[in-house]
Design a binder for this molecule. Structure first.
Ligand code: ZN
Length: 510
């Protein structure tokens, strides 16, 4: 399906140019963090089973407008956050699946310029390393270890940078760190730490230079290779690489790209042989290019018409090798997202009058996702909405015949908040009259189905299959078996190729 349209994330807003931090604790979950327009630190999340949640303040935290929030997941059930607070202290909080959000605390008395980025890396699940440019322009580090707690801050090999300069740190393997920064003279410097040898001296990377405070982006596609990206002093986008076999290469301009001074280039490696780059260009439009081991660098292109204030960073995450999620504060101060997907997607909007009682809605969504993925179709819950429509909760479906709907069905299916014309709406009702697990009869080109409270885990996928053009079949190990989905044998049920072809050709699948 390629690139989706940009959409506003749960009504979120931030100061122009504010970074939106994203992390995927697991492939079906995203957590976002941003400093809001009132200086509060906010979060929201997206889950494949429920869609986007509302923004909420994180433990009362505050920071200067536009301050970056850094986040790391040491394990899938734990998040650690870092930010420079309104008093210049370096603060942290954490979220744990078992205990929820903790209070903010200052990290070992650390301080930095307002709006500074606190760099964090988890070399292993029980260890964090932090890096920041201090208020005296020294480059400082501290660490946390599960066994010993927080250490004191120390200056890294005498390093210095302009006030507020971001430090980039990357762990190519659990016993090695590589650091990058634009120094006080505009030269691009690196140092490393190795468990065997400790900290090395700073050295200039291939003669590279950038504006003071320019962020250096680094990524390790594999443990023996680094790729760096920076906006140079001439406003052009440069890259170099380090390989264990050949050392550092010369800097080169990436496909003619350019950006405002100090623009952060965001990069993701969906797989070890592919890079995707994102940046706000000199015309304020959002651009991407890619590198592939097989074909080299592609041409820059504008992403779905997106635009942002000059130098706005575009945060990106690859939840799966065939999926990218992008986040940015747009030109109107609203927080936007889009995604790219290599295969096809079915956007589902969940409308709840009554929750199912036999299996959970999340189990039903997951079961549908599992079966549809076999057809190369990813089911996305694009929105979830509760509907207060008691008169339609026991829905008259008449004969539940394809192409024929009752007045009550027509009334219910008129509720399509958030849904595009070719999106599917699934309505969870208490029951149908007559009683069924669900019903897929819908008006022409109004893609809708109902699922009742007594439905099985396969009903949502089965009724959606009807909407996508599939008829009943006899074999009991198929999703579309006509004898009631409670009687499916050999789960998960199958789709055959002819059914997959029909589904992929449907306008809701794109
Ligand atoms: Zn059916």
């Amino acid at each position: 399906m390629g690139w989706a349209s940009w959409f506003n994330v749960s009504g979120g807003r931030a100061a122009l140019g504010s970074p939106v931090s994203v992390i995927a604790r697991n492939p079906d979950h995203l957590d976002l963090f941003v400093t809001g327009t009132d200086g509060g630190i906010y979060s929201t999340w997206w889950d494949a089973s429920s869609g986007w949640a509302s923004w909420f303040p994180v433990s009362g935290g505050r920071a200067a407008l536009g301050s970056p929030i850094t986040v790391v997941a040491r394990n899938p059930n734990h998040l650690d956050l870092f930010v420079v607070g309104t008093d210049g202290g370096v603060y942290s909080t954490w979220w744990d699946a078992a205990s929820g959000w903790a209070s903010w605390f200052q990290v070992s008395g650390g301080r930095a310029a307002l709006g500074s980025r606190v760099e964090v890396v988890a070399r292993n699940p029980d260890h964090l390393d932090l890096f920041v440019t201090g208020t005296d322009c020294g480059i400082y580090s501290t660490w946390w270890d599960a066994a010993s707690g927080w250490a004191s801050w120390f200056q890294v090999s005498g390093g210095r940078a302009a006030l507020g300069s971001p430090i980039t740190a990357i762990a190519r393997n659990p016993n090695h760190l590589d650091l990058f920064v634009t120094g006080t003279d505009g030269r691009i410097f690196s140092t490393w730490w190795d468990a065997a040898s400790g900290w090395a001296s700073w050295f200039q990377v291939s003669g590279g230079r950038a504006h003071l405070g320019a962020p250096i982006t680094a990524i390790a596609r594999n443990p023996n290779h680094l790729d760096l990206f920076v906006t140079g002093t001439d406003g052009r986008i440069y890259s170099t690489w380090w390989d264990a076999a050949s050392g550092w290469a010369s800097w080169f301009n990436v496909a003619g790209g350019a950006a405002a001074p100090r623009s952060r280039i965001n990069v993701v490696a969906r797989n070890p042989n592919h890079l995707d780059l994102f940046v706000t260009g000199t015309d304020g439009r959002i651009y991407s290019t890619w590198w592939d081991a097989a074909s080299g660098w592609g041409t820059w292109f504008n992403v779905s018409g997106g635009a942002a204030a000059l130098a706005s960073p575009i945060d990106v995450v690859a939840r799966y090798p065939d999926h990218l999620d992008l986040f940015v504060t747009g030109t109107d101060g609203r927080i936007y997202s889009t995604w790219w997907h290599q295969t096809e997607a079915l956007r589902v909007h969940v409308k709840i009058l009554s929750e199912p009682t036999s299996v959970t809605r999340a189990q039903m969504v997951q079961s549908m996702q599992d079966v549809y993925r076999t057809a190369g179709i990813d089911v996305f819950v694009a929105s979830t909405e509760s509907l207060d429509l008691p008169l339609l909760n026991d829905l008259d479906v008449g004969g539940c015949t394809a192409g024929s709907t009752t007045t009550e069905q027509n009334q219910l299916f008129a509720n399509r908040n958030n849904a595009a014309a070719d999106d599917l709406c699934v309505y969870f009702v208490r029951s149908t009259v007559p009683p069924l697990n669900g019903c897929a009869a819908h008006p022409n080109n109004v893609w809708a189905a109902v699922v009742t409270s007594v439905a099985s885990r396969w009903t949502m996928g089965h009724e959606s299959g009807h909407v996508l053009g599939l008829p009943h079949v006899a074999p009991t190990d198929r999703l579309m078996m006509g004898g009631g989905t409670w009687n499916i044998t050999n789960p998960p049920p199958d789709l055959i190729q002819a059914e997959m072809d029909t589904m992929l050709a449907h306008p809701t699948v794109r």
